[in-house]
Structure formats: C-alpha cells, structure tokens
Write a protein that binds this ligand. Structure first.
Ligand code: GBH
Length: 535
C-alpha cells in the first residue's frame, strides 16, 4: 500500500467545482409518483435474473421523498456542487415531442434546484442517465430509431433548458454513451436488454445494434447542444457537454502488439464518441474493425457533431492491462486483465470484478485526454465499491478503508496532474453521494461515500465521505471574495501560510499563495509546448 506524498504547496483553483454525483433512477424511487411515466428500467429491473439480488428501483434510496435530507447531507460535507440527473419520464411522462409536459415533474426538480442554490451549491445536471421513457422504446425501439429519437430527445432537452436554464449553468447531455449502446443493445445486461444471446433476449443483434444506438446518441447529444447554443446560451450563459466513460488502458507488457492493443481499447471505449465530438472523425481502428457496420454521418451531421462539447466530461474508475486478442468487439478485440506478467495484481480488488484501485492510471488518463482532445476536463464520476461491504454491519462498513485509500490515490493523482503536468481539470465528482441502485448489481454493490441502511433509509457518512470533504476543503483555494483585500505593497509583511489553506486565505493572498497560483498555468503552457513539439 502506497501512501501518496502530495507536496503541501499544491492546490486547485478557487473556482474548482467538487462534490458528489448520483442519477435519477438509482436514487429516486417513487416510480409512480407525480405523474411519472415508466422508464425502460422500471420493468426490466423486475424481470427475474436481471438484477443480482432480484431487487428493482421502486424505492431505491427514496430520494424523491427524502431530497431535503440528501441536501442536508451535501451541506454537511461542504460540497461546492452536486451532479444529479433528471428523469425524462417525470418531465414528459410519455417522452415524445408531442406528448404533454408534467408540471408536477417540473416542480419537483425546480424546487430541488432552488434549494441547492439557496445553500450555495452549484447544480450540475445530466439530462439522460439511462432511464429512457418506456413509451419511446415501445413506439419505435428508442435509440435504434435515429430520426424519431433525435427529435424527441431535443424537445426534452429544450424543455429542460426553458424551465431550469435560468438557474442551471452546467449541463451534461448524456451519461456514458458506450454503456447506453453496449450494455443496453450489445451485452444486453442493461435495459432494454437487447442482445444476440437468445438466452438473454428474444430479440436483438449484438453485431449491429450497439453501433446504431451509439450513432443516435451522438446525434441526439449534438442537436441538443446546437439548440442550447442557438436558443439559450446567450441569455442563460451556461455550458454544455457530454460525459464519457473510459478507463485507462495499459499495455500488458512492452510487446508492440500489446502496446497497439491498449490504443485499440481506448479507440473503442473512448474514441468512438470522443473523436467525432472533439476531432470530427472516427478513429481509424473503429472503421477497420466494423467496416460498414459503423454508421456514417452526412456532411451536415458532421458539422453539428464536431465541436459539440464545451468540455471533456470524464467518468473513470480503473485501469485495464491490455493484451491483443480475443473476439470482444466491445473492447476492441482486446483482452483485459488485472494480473501483471509477474502474477501480481494491479491494485486492490473492488466488489465488482471490473474494478481495481490504480491511481497512476487516473493521472495517465487525464494526460492522455487533455493532450488528445484539448478541452478542460470535468471529472464527473470516479469511485470504488468495497469488497463485501454489504455483508458488514453498519459500524464496520463506515470504516471503508479501501475506498479511503482509493480516494487518497486519485486526489493525489488529480492535484499532480494539475500542478505538475498542467492538465486543465475544473471539476471532480465522486461516485456516489449515497449507496444506491447499482443497476444489474441491484443493491449488493455499494459505491456510496454515505452508507444507506435500506431497511430504515437512514444515511451514515462513511470515512471516505469525510476524507473527500476535508481533502477538497484543504486543497481548493479559498475564493477571493472571502478574503479582505490585501494591498500589494504589504504582501511581503504577510506571514507565510501555515496549516490549512482555509485559514491562510482568511488573511488574504500571501506572497506564497500568489506564487502558487502561477504554478498550474505555467505547467499547462509547458505541457502545450511539449505537445506541439511532439514530445
Ligand atoms: C458508472 O458507469 C455509471 O455512470 C453509474 O451509474 C454507476 O453506478 C457507476 O458507474 C458504478 O458502476 O464488464 O462489459 O459489463 C461506470 C462505467 C463501464 C463500469 C462498464 C463497468 C463494465 C463493463 N462502467 N464497466 S462490462
């Protein structure tokens, strides 16, 4: 176990946003309340065998009823921002562009947004986190029908901009297009559960549908962004982008085939969406692997897709060691392992098989994304599920050492990426505020920094929640406005900062502080120059 040695002078800028993330279906419950229409997860999660523990999302963490309690929790952690998602079928119960809007649904989110703002918490809003209105699936197979879904999604997005955009300044169009497409239409493990595997699904074609779904997701995102920029941005002044999942890919060893395999893994996990959106083209490997199964964009579509994200939204959890081979197109025909050639494990194993703790990979991924896509990065999800946490009594579960260790590692990587590598990172959201409905895992896998006792719905802060709160309070510079103005000529007389930055900032900007604030931009310039020189 390595204890990170973050240099004490490192910090994050005062406008850095940090907090926790959740998603509507994973926390709200109350699936019948307030006129909400069904989502594709409602019935899917009730089909025997679809969730590990056979449980559904009808109650979840009961946050539809307990949102005030959740808000108090956020306040107690001292967060600057909260990332949550809107349930499309609460706002438009039937989902479609000609279907009625539910004023009750609007009011629920509107009140919540007001309450966040009243506590000084910045809302960071995801429009779509996997809970497609069931009606749109029944009418035309949802994401498989590009012409219909693009229009319905854009109308939904417009309603949200109209009703919430006076107060919401940070929008995410889609959460993890790869998961929507591959897990929903390829592996068939997430709703709507389509797959070529007839033991899993009576319908579906895993060789074509995921790529079609992904195409619709990209276009829906892009046209919604265009609507925002043309009709709302000027008066509302917010920003909008997509958030992509993507774990760091490390070659298993230094054989050329495995080095290439790691890039192929990134091309399919990330490049499939990021290259069109940020660079205006598909990765060559996607075309090579899929041939004419990869849907192409018209010229007009390319012009809407390219440049359609104001920032890079990054969800990441782990690092995979990559070996060439295998026949899993969803991983780019690359095999993943956590076992190094010498037989050791990459890091601490989480409850879910796909996750081990490897903080160096987090830093490498930040560098890769920043160099390749050249956008400010918002880390919109990152987290860990402690092995067998569910089997522990509450008192024990609260001391979630492996999760604390995970966050120690990634925060150290984060601040080094900013201060040493010059990566422009502007936000960090840990997944998740609460233990919650973990999709196909049901409630067995717990990702929360707050423990939820599902029998009582009581919430208890875990050590990791307190760790994150303290770490960010210690490392994010205090806002200028909190400090009394310090005349520059007196700067020398101000004693150097000691102890927490919080305390030091109260005495104004010290010489040391102002020197520090140059460090990140300088590192950033150095990084740019070395990229241009091809270093
Ligand atoms: C996030 O996805 C989700 O946004 C969030 O809702 C969820 O609760 C959280 O993760 C924790 O799981 O072995 O082929 O099934 C994380 C990205 C990508 C991680 C797919 C798991 C498994 C691939 N996920 N990956 S597979």
């Amino acid at each position: 176990m390595v204890t990170p040695n973050t240099p004490s002078s490192y910090e994050l800028p005062s406008n850095f946003l940090w907090g926790f993330a959740t998603a509507s279906f994973q926390i709200e419950g109350s699936t019948d309340a307030g006129g909400r229409g069904k989502s594709i997860w409602d019935d899917f999660s009730k089909i025997p065998g679809k969730t590990l523990d056979g449980r559904d999302g009808d109650v979840a963490t009961d946050s539809y009823n307990r949102w005030q309690e959740d808000l108090d929790l956020l306040v107690s952690y001292g967060v600057k921002s909260y990332r949550f998602s809107l349930a499309w079928s609460r706002i438009i119960p039937l989902g479609g562009r000609d279907d009625p809007i539910s004023e009750e649904g609007i009011k629920f989110y509107s009140d919540f947004i007001d309450a966040l703002l009243a506590k000084g918490i910045t809302p960071f809003v995801t429009l779509y986190h996997w809970d497609l209105p069931q009606t749109l699936h029944d009418r035309y197979l949802g994401w498989l029908n590009k012409t219909e879904i693009v229009q319905d999604y854009v109308r939904y997005a417009r309603v949200c901009f109209e009703r919430f955009g006076d107060r919401v300044k940070h929008w995410l169009t889609m959460n993890e297009p790869w998961c929507i497409s591959i897990l929903g239409y390829g592996r068939g493990v997430f709703a709507p559960g389509r797959s070529s595997d007839r033991l899993r699904s009576p319908e579906g074609d895993s060789s074509t549908e995921p790529w079609i779904a992904g195409h619709s997701v990209i276009l829906s995102h892009a046209y919604a962004v265009r609507a925002y920029r043309e009709e709302f941005k000027q008066k509302q002044g917010g920003e909008i982008g997509v958030t992509l999942n993507g774990d760091w890919a490390m070659p298993y060893d230094d054989s050329p085939a495995n080095i290439e395999a790691a890039q192929h893994a990134l091309d399919v996990a990330i490049g499939w969406f990021a290259d069109p959106i940020y660079l205006g083209s598909y990765p060559a490997y996607m075309k090579e692997m899929l041939g004419d199964r990869l849907p192409s964009f018209t010229e007009e579509e390319w012009s809407v897709v390219k440049g359609s994200s104001d920032f890079y939204g990054m969800n990441t959890y782990t690092t995979n060691l990559c070996k060439a081979g295998g026949e899993d197109e969803f991983q780019g025909n690359v095999e993943y392992t956590f076992t190094r050639p010498d037989g050791t494990q990459l890091g601490t194993q989480a409850h879910c098989a796909w996750l081990q703790d490897y903080p160096e990979g987090f830093r490498d991924l930040l560098n890769y994304l920043y160099k390749r896509y050249r956008k400010p990065i918002y880390v919109t999800e990152n987290g860990f599920a402690v092995k067998d946490e569910d089997k522990k009594p509450v008192e024990e579960a609260l001391h979630d050492d492996d999760r604390v260790q995970y966050y120690r590692g990634v925060t150290d990587s984060l601040i080094k990426a900013v201060n040493e590598d010059g990566v422009d990172v502007r936000a960090y959201f840990a997944w998740s505020l609460l233990d919650n409905f973990e999709w196909a895992d049901g409630y067995v896998t717990r990702f929360g920094v707050t423990y939820v006792d599902y029998k009582t719905q009581k919430r208890y802060a875990k050590d990791s929640g307190n760790f994150i709160a303290k770490w960010f309070q210690d490392h994010v510079q205090q806002e200028e406005k909190d400090a009394p103005p310090t005349p520059v000529k007196n700067a020398k007389e101000v004693p150097p900062a000691h102890g927490s930055k919080r305390a030091s900032a109260v005495h104004g900007k010290t010489k040391e502080n102002s020197k520090r604030s140059w460090k990140a931009p300088l590192a950033r310039i150095t990084a740019y120059v070395s990229t241009f020189l091809g270093l």
